[in-house]
Design a protein around this ligand. Structure first.
Ligand code: G1P
Length: 278
């Protein structure tokens, strides 16, 4: 039902300099897998086999990652190392990948609009790869949202409660509870100050968007930070009652920050060593 998932991946990742000087932030690994691979796995689990990536200058290694490396694969063919490529082979065999470049950084809304050429006129998922989500032994966050989409057929943002002094890092929603963990959004504000925030329910990097968002984005004026914000475009849909906010099951790591990145690395390490022991 949702066949395509868009990955805005043109940002600079300045918080991880110098690591991200010549390497895309989406390629930073948590253990042995790059962040964007976790995102693509989550998209595939949700039924999205069309992976659309908005890249930019210096991001070519993302394309190489989701392609075959004949020389390497020939070298390790038939050795014990071959198993290490299994997870990425599953993705390259199951998904199609398409790319477009964003040549100016004008915000997340602009990045999503740049992806229109890959998405066309159908509802689609959006994953921000530096928000790494895990829900061990249960459904991933995007799959949970796709289930909700099947019932409501409108745009959906994933949310979680944050500390009041962190509201200025996120899009914040206000809404009325319509079923457990699901709000109909009545207002949303991009990175408000603590006294302007309508709640402490923060949008994390998972969205399902209906395609009318593109027409809205085309006329959305630059907002917070002078950038075209997806939050502002979604507010236009919300005014018509067509945006839900979903308190997802699972854990999110802000891998765009050093703290979140280290926490994810430790948790994934412990999880993997437990799985290897059992
Ligand atoms: C973007 C969105 C923001 C959202 C956040 C989730 O901000 O603009 O509304 O809460 O992603 O990670 P960014 O982190 O790109 O500044």
């Amino acid at each position: 039902m949702i066949r395509k998932c868009l990955f805005p991946a043109a940002g600079y990742g300045t918080r991880f300099l110098p690591a991200t000087k010549a390497m895309p932030k989406e390629m930073l690994p948590i253990l042995t897998k790059p962040l964007i691979q976790y995102g693509v796995e989550e998209a595939l689990e949700a039924g999205c086999q069309n992976i659309a990536i908005v890249t930019g200058r210096g991001k070519r290694s993302i394309e190489d990652h989701f392609d075959i490396n004949y020389e390497l694969e020939h070298q390790i063919n038939g050795t014990s190392k071959e198993a290490l490529l299994q997870s990425i082979r599953t993705l390259t065999n199951s998904c199609s990948f398409s790319y477009t470049r964003q040549n100016e950084m004008r915000g997340l809304g602009h990045a999503i609009l740049t992806g229109e050429t890959l998405i066309g006129c159908e509802p689609f998922g959006v994953i921000l790869a530096d928000d790494l989500c895990s829900n061990p032994n249960a459904q991933g966050v995007l799959a949970q949202m796709v289930n909700l989409y099947k019932k409501y057929h409108c745009s959906i943002v994933a949310i979680e409660s944050v500390q009041p002094n962190d509201v200025d890092k996120y899009g914040i929603i206000e809404g009325s509870l319509i079923e457990e963990g699901v709000y109909r959004v009545t207002n949303m504000v991009e990175k408000p100050s603590i006294d302007q925030a309508p709640s402490n329910l923060a949008i994390i990097g998972r969205y399902i968007l209906t395609p009318d968002i593109f027409d809205i984005l085309r006329v959305t004026k630059p907002g917070k930070g002078g950038e075209i914000q997806i939050t502002d475009a979604l507010l236009e849909q919300a005014k018509k009652g067509s945006v839900l906010a979903y308190q997802f099951q699972g854990k999110r790591y802000d891998c765009g920050s050093i703290d979140g990145y280290v926490q994810a690395t430790m948790d994934f390490y412990h999880l993997t060593s437990k799985q290897n022991l059992s």
